[in-house]
Design a protein around this ligand. Structure first.
Ligand SMILES: Nc1nc2ncc(COP(=O)(O)OP(=O)(O)O)nc2c(=O)[nH]1
Length: 289
């Protein structure tokens, strides 16, 4: 049969429905709500009351909360470890018993504090590039990790991003990150991959990735997309203020859902959850009516 020449362990991995992440089956799209404990994150202008924000996003239907204390938008300055810890640990502690919490940090010392405060997952936008101590920490903690692709550092990544073929170059870079994580003792079923929209990419690069994002399923890990309120939505959607970009975010999210992307990192949880419910109802006759 067609599967005769596929090694048994590969066939097993490709045909075993993924148990999911953080105990959440991935038989339907999962929504990761963004809690910015940062004074300068691009989308919300000021310092949200992080805990109130967390509760609001859970009320709107978030499956996971992603709590970050260091904005990584283009040009953002690095935050000191103790300041980043001071920003996210109180918020994590306050909501960790309500929902699975992901800590959005590139630094092992911050990740350790976040896990100590109850975080159940690490989201590293540098894909373990920034801090060599991160992979061993995540391996030791036995928690899931999202490895994102970025070309360069936030300070300079948008200066002149270039690729031979962005789709394949990002694929190869993510595969290298997954292999490095496995070498550190992190099993592949605890790894989530993310092509890193806006992280060292032009608008054309971002659109090329979005058009063929299903390619990244070939890595054998759940795929996470972070496109919420980003510049490409503002530019193509004509929404100057990031707070006005929920419709465009939902449109791109549904396009990604149509390509099987399992986890969606968004600010406007209510709008995306509503859209996903309708998408499921229209596209899946088995959906509960
Ligand atoms: N996995 C993942 N994590 C991310 N964390 C931060 C941002 C952007 O950060 P920032 O510019 O600070 O804004 P916000 O945190 O409001 O999205 N984007 C991603 C992403 O695309 N994927």
């Amino acid at each position: 049969s067609v599967t005769d020449d596929i090694p048994a362990e590969v066939l097993e991995r490709l045909t075993t429905p993924r148990a999911g992440i953080l105990g959440l089956p991935l038989d339907r799209p999962r929504v990761m709500g963004i809690v910015n404990a940062t004074p300068d994150s691009f989308s919300d202008g000021g310092r949200y009351e992080a805990v109130a924000q967390g509760h609001r996003l859970l009320d709107e239907g978030a499956d996971i909360l992603d709590i970050g204390g260091e904005s990584t938008r283009p040009g953002a300055a690095e935050v000191a470890v103790d300041e980043e810890i001071a920003r996210i640990v109180p918020a994590i502690r306050a909501v960790a018993d309500l929902a699975p919490v992901s800590a959005d940090t590139r630094k092992a010392a911050v990740a350790r504090a976040a896990l100590g405060a109850g975080a159940a997952m690490i989201n590293d936008v540098s894909g373990f590039d920034f801090d060599a101590a991160m992979a061993p920490l995540v391996a030791e903690a036995g928690v899931p990790v999202c490895l994102m692709h970025a070309q360069g550092l936030p300070e300079t990544m948008q200066d002149d991003p270039r690729y031979d073929n962005v789709l394949l170059d990002v694929y190869d870079a993510l595969e290298a990150r997954v292999r490095r994580a496995e070498a550190a003792g992190i099993s592949r079923d605890r790894i989530i991959v993310d092509p890193g929209i806006g992280f060292g990419k032009t608008q054309a690069h971002n659109l090329a990735i979005l058009r063929r994002i299903s390619l990244y399923h070939g890595l054998g890990c759940p795929v996470l997309l972070g496109v919420s309120r980003k510049r490409l939505i503002g530019t193509l959607g004509g929404a100057e203020d990031p707070a006005d970009r929920a419709p465009g975010t939902l449109a791109v999210t549904l396009a990604a859902v149509a390509q099987g992307v399992q986890v969606h990192r968004v600010h406007d949880v209510g709008a995306v959850v509503q859209g996903l419910r309708l998408w499921q109802a229209v596209n899946n006759e088995k959906a509960e009516q």
